[in-house]
Design a protein around this ligand. Structure first.
Ligand code: P6P
Length: 310
């Protein structure tokens, strides 16, 4: 019988942050704290029963137990880092001040797609990091880093600290090891992921766009933004859309927690992210409940979407 091989000893997340991204030590430490929280969440997903928590978040969405638990885990690790001045979580309706003189503020969706937990589909956590204590009035372009953790058959952490997008695999000894450096998004797409599809009933431009994509591209859609956008990063092409119409006049997704971090990452990977009229990285955050249309991925399709939705 073949003896099990030691897990890959490729470059670690910590070393990559230091040597490749040349991140300041306090930013590197903060991202490592976030990565540690993700390991506890990954463990909880495997061991904690799914099911509803019996509470709702600020958006009136029913919280599952793992939403609440993931939020607590992240908040604990951000607090223990002593590096966070203020934080905003999708699960809470206000910005929380932690250590006023700390260097960074963190915005996060602790468990994006959590309604899919009981279906055993992949879900994720999304993080944006700003320097200083202010969140409102900032633009996603002012993030100093953004990252997401994808809890699928494998747990993958993807980050950018301003020098490209890099993916790391959680190995068997609990370390994030480099899987792919300098992830890129090509200009043309083969796949599309269209959310808030009910909007086609009243949004003629969106109907025409989705019909075009159905004729020319292949759909890949799971209902979890982390999984669907990760598909674009891992394939190096694709376009993700969630635009206004029906129950969500501005689209379903939130600027600060979901669209801002992913817009930063998409641009770092050579792709584009737009609200249909402007780059999402240039869109000021006016409130933590602010929703926005999003078109993200291969530049040619984001431009096509801007024209057809225009
Ligand atoms: P729709 C999950 O609830 C979520 O917030 C995102 O992860 C996902 O992209 C979107 O909502 C799904 O939207 O319109 O397909 O239900």
């Amino acid at each position: 019988m073949k003896t099990p091989q030691p897990p890959s000893t490729g470059i670690s997340l910590n070393e990559h942050l230091r040597a490749e991204s040349k991140a300041p030590d306090d930013l590197r430490h903060l991202i490592i704290h976030i990565a540690t929280a993700a390991k506890y969440i990954q463990f909880a997903l495997r061991t904690t029963e799914a099911g509803l928590a019996g509470t709702t978040n600020q958006f009136g969405e029913e919280q599952v137990k793992l939403d609440v638990l993931s939020d607590k885990i992240i908040r604990q690790h951000l607090t223990e880092s002593r590096l966070v001045a203020s934080l905003a979580s999708e699960e809470h309706d206000e910005i929380v001040e932690l250590s006023p003189s700390a260097p960074y503020s963190v915005v996060y969706d602790p468990l994006d797609g959590s309604s899919l937990v009981e279906t055993n589909l992949a879900i994720g956590s999304i993080f944006g990091i700003y320097a200083g204590s202010e969140i409102l009035g900032r633009k996603p372009s002012q993030q100093v880093a953004a990252l997401y953790v994808f809890y699928g058959p494998r747990t993958i952490l993807t980050y950018s600290a301003g020098k490209g997008v890099h993916s790391f695999l959680l190995n068997d000894v609990g370390e994030f090891i480099l899987l792919r450096g300098y992830v890129g998004i090509g200009d043309s797409a083969k796949n599309f992921s269209a959310g808030n599809l009910k909007a086609v009933g009243e949004n003629e431009g969106y109907r025409a766009l989705v019909e075009h994509w159905m004729e020319h591209l292949t759909m890949r859609y799971s209902g979890c933004m982390v999984a669907d956008v990760h598909h674009i990063f891992s394939k190096g092409q694709g376009v993700f859309a969630n635009v206004g119409g029906g129950e969500y006049p501005e689209g379903k997704l939130r600027l600060v927690f979901e669209c801002g971090p992913f817009a930063y990452l998409a641009e770092q990977a050579g792709g584009a992210a737009s609200d249909g009229t402007q780059p999402l990285t240039a869109k000021p955050i006016t409130s933590i409940t602010q929703r926005t249309p999003i078109l993200l991925g291969s530049k040619e399709e984001v431009r096509r979407a801007e024209e057809m939705l225009g």
